[in-house]
Design a protein around this ligand. Sequence first.
Ligand code: CMX
Length: 133
Amino acid sequence: MQKIEHIGIAVKDLDASESIYSQLLGTTPYKRELVESEHVMTSFLRVGTNKVELLQGTNDDNAISKFIEKRGEGIHHIAFAVTDIYAEMDRLKKAGFRLLNEKPKKGADNKLICFVHPKSANGVLIELCQEIN
Ligand code: CMX
């Protein structure tokens, strides 16, 4: 894996959190993007070569709202950049990690993504992401 690409933070109110993280990081979000398949609205801020992704659920039944209901707002996942997501998925599967996707799917910010179950990684939801060229 190359580096931490972004850290995903589950929030209740995207407008309010954009304001908090803009102040905190001294920058403004460079994009908002709806991930329709996941029912989440995302907002991205750059911090050096990494990013912070703020996530808010857009309906009553999505991973972010469920997470907040159970655990409150906070760090939802850590995403690692990979150059060959198929090879990494194969490597992790063979090593016994529980992948949440059979095949990579289209994620926010022009990425192919795959999640690894938090029970496989000491309680942390892991995302693999590969830039789509
Ligand atoms: N980080 C750490 N632990 C988490 C978690 C997270 N983000 N989400 C859930 N969990 C915990 C639950 O609290 C639960 O813990 P306990 O058993 O100790 O109570 C455990 O994981 C398993 O929960 P589950 O009932 O099997 O599964 P859930 O229905 O809670 O779903 C998960 C959890 C990770 C499988 C599901 O959220 C998922 O498939 N996530 C991937 C997709 C996603 O997160 N999409 C939103 C982001 C999209 C984007 O970045 O664009």
